[in-house]
Design a binder for this molecule. Structure first.
Ligand SMILES: [Zn+2]
Length: 211
């Protein structure tokens, strides 16, 4: 079975990889970081015993026999990656999210791109012919605080990561709505209302020029 590439093994990548693997899909976890003490409040798939170990290797081991680790920074992937069914981004780096979107389009696979910061988050999901991530956000922000810098409430990443896992599994099982969508969790402190919006293709986006 073709694998799901999960970019990032942190607070979002953890629940994404574990849920996708538990659904029976092979997972490839891509991350070049090691587990640090400051990660543990939001990266609950790691323990004190994992400190200093590569996140990708620890998470792939937790995800089970169908999971592989790539200790590298996306988009540096090995040539022998094998068949890929979809890619999910759980990094906290906006340029990586745009690179994941472009990679998915070039490979003709669905992309799910998750982000969480402080008390909220969002999950973009789209097929290769749908509106893309750049249709929505145009380009990476000049400066964006990371979770390490700005902080994120631990349970927020579990929630957003779970939604991202559900979104990619729905895409792969043909249960997803037609077209691209973004799910938005506004602020967990104000009741945690979430909504899903349809994303239309943007004229002038590079994904439209290539079509
Ligand atoms: Zn686009």
């Amino acid at each position: 079975m073709a694998a799901v590439v999960v970019v990032g093994a942190g607070g979002l990548g953890g629940p994404i990889a574990l849920a996708v693997a538990a659904a029976g899909r092979p997972v490839i976890v891509v991350d070049d970081d090691v587990v640090e003490l400051s990660n543990l409040h939001r990266q609950v798939h790691f323990t004190m015993a994992d400190l200093g170990r590569p996140k990708a290797e620890v998470l792939a081991a937790r995800a089970g026999a169908g999971a592989r680790a790539v200790v590298a920074r996306f988009p540096a992937l090995p040539a022998d990656l094998g068949p890929v069914a979809a890619i999910v981004d759980g990094s906290d780096d906006p340029p990586t999210k745009f690179a994941v979107a472009a990679w998915a389009r070039a490979r003709g696979v669905p992309a799910v791109i998750a982000a969480a910061l402080r008390y909220g988050g969002n999950v973009f999901a789209g097929g290769p012919d749908d509106a893309c991530y750049a249709c929505l956000f145009e380009e990476p922000p000049a400066e964006a605080p990371s979770c390490g810098e700005a902080g994120v409430l631990g349970p927020v990443v579990g929630w957003v990561g779970g939604v991202a896992a559900a979104a990619v599994l729905a895409r792969l099982d043909d249960r997803a709505p037609a077209g691209a969508t973004i799910w938005v969790l506004d602020d967990l402190r104000r009741g945690g209302a979430a909504r899903t919006l349809a994303i239309a293709p943007r004229a002038g986006c590079e994904c439209r020029e290539a079509a």
